[in-house]
Design a protein around this ligand. Structure first.
Ligand code: C2E
Ligand code: MG
Ligand code: MG
Length: 356
């Protein structure tokens, strides 16, 4: 649109975040030197980004605001500069870039920890297992939620390394718990959609268990329905391999995806976890009661054990006790806590568990 000014128009974006990805590719393509007539030339560029309809109500305004953002980018004074028109988008994108950069060092500097949240069997009051939840404490950013950093770790290809660290850490912990002699006790680990797309995932998972000398029967894998549907044939193969080896399989956050009975019966599953959003105010919400009753009926039809996630109050627990639900998990029992804290809770539970 000018002597050295270009517009890239991105239509039909799946999300505003998709812009970051495309901008990064544009910057990468400008990073290296260009060879022209045996000369190595470096290109300077300033990129300004404006989103319709968020930043501007019309196409003219989008182009004008992108120009404003470009001028702002230029003030950063580097060779390649990027700025969004809006402050929030600027902040979000620079936080993302910071997370990306810092994640690369997090494993090496031992900034990760695995926390554990117990699950309780209602019939006995005993801990039936734990869910392992990854924690990242960054000296620069503070505690970053896994919901925020795991998708980024996936995108930049760090997830295999991080997951293998998580699993090794869980194995170490399971060996420490072994002398306590719990029966039918499992630690559940989450697998992300990107991990499920990896055809070797089951083999690598089982290889780690073998290296650590831990029985697959002590582990459960949590996956979401959407993750499986995204790549049905690869996922089913991996899940089957894990099940054949004795790993138990749970469908996580159930009710938030397709909630299909046919998926429940055709996938090799053992456990269904009802998403916490349906557990909220169960004692007084007829809507949620209806949904939870329906999900429990589906789980029974498919022969699955039922865990209610996100139980926060005694009233929710009491309602679940008469619903046919098998296990509960949530802040009412315990928040996810460090291995040391959960071990003390586990010992206390072994000594004085009583039916709920
Ligand atoms: P998720 O697997 O559904 O985990 C349950 C989330 O609910 C956890 O959030 C947990 O702290 C939270 N929670 C538990 N009880 C309650 C409650 O009573 N009330 C409320 N409001 N929340 C409760 P967290 O730890 O932030 O993890 C978020 C998500 O990040 C997880 O959702 C899981 O999908 C993912 N994630 C965590 N650790 C890992 C990991 O090691 N690997 C992978 N791939 N994903 C992980
Ligand atoms: Mg989970
Ligand atoms: Mg969940």
């Amino acid at each position: 649109i000018g002597a050295n000014e270009f517009v890239i128009l991105l239509a039909d974006l799946a999300s505003n975040e998709a812009v970051n990805h495309i901008v990064r590719r544009a910057v990468e393509s400008l990073e290296g030197p260009m060879s022209i007539d045996d000369e190595r030339l470096y290109i300077n560029a300033n990129i300004g980004i404006s989103l319709y309809p968020h930043d501007a109500p019309s196409s003219e305004a989008v182009i004008k605001n992108a120009g404003v953002a470009r001028a702002q980018a230029k003030r950063q004074g580097k060779r390649l500069n990027i700025a969004y028109y809006s402050d929030e988008a600027n902040e979000a994108s620079s936080k993302r870039v910071r997370i990306e950069t810092l994640l690369h060092q997090a494993l090496r500097y031992e900034q990760f920890a695995v926390h554990y949240q117990p699950k309780v069997r209602l019939e006995t009051g005993r801990y039936s297992g734990m869910e392992a939840l990854l924690r990242w404490r960054s000296p620069e950013l503070g505690n970053v939620s896994p919901a925020e950093f795991i998708p980024i770790a996936e995108e930049i290809g760090l997830m295999p390394e991080i997951s293998s660290w998580v699993l090794t850490e869980i194995c170490r912990q399971l060996k420490q718990w072994a002398p306590l002699g719990m029966e039918d006790f499992r630690v559940a680990v989450n697998l992300s959609p990107v991990e499920l797309r990896d055809p070797e995932i089951a083999e690598r998972f089982l290889a780690t268990l073998e290296q650590q000398d831990v029985s697959p029967a002590l582990l459960e894998v949590e996956i979401t329905e959407t993750a499986v549907i995204d790549n049905m044939s690869t996922a089913v193969k991996s899940l089957q391999t894990l099940q054949d080896a004795g790993v138990s399989l749970a469908i996580d956050d159930f009710g938030t995806g397709y909630s299909s009975l046919s998926h429940l019966t055709s996938l090799p599953l053992h456990v269904l976890k009802i998403d916490g959003c349906f557990v909220r105010d169960l004692d007084v919400s007829p809507n949620n009661q209806g949904i939870v009753n329906a999900i429990i009926a589906m789980a029974r039809t498919a022969g699955l054990s039922v865990v209610a996630e996100g139980v926060e109050s005694e009233a929710e627990l009491n309602w679940l006790c008469q619903s046919g639900c098998d296990e509960i998990q949530g802040f009412f029992i315990s928040k996810p806590v460090s291995a040391a804290t959960v071990t003390a809770q586990l010992i206390e539970n072994i000594e004085q568990a009583h039916p709920m």
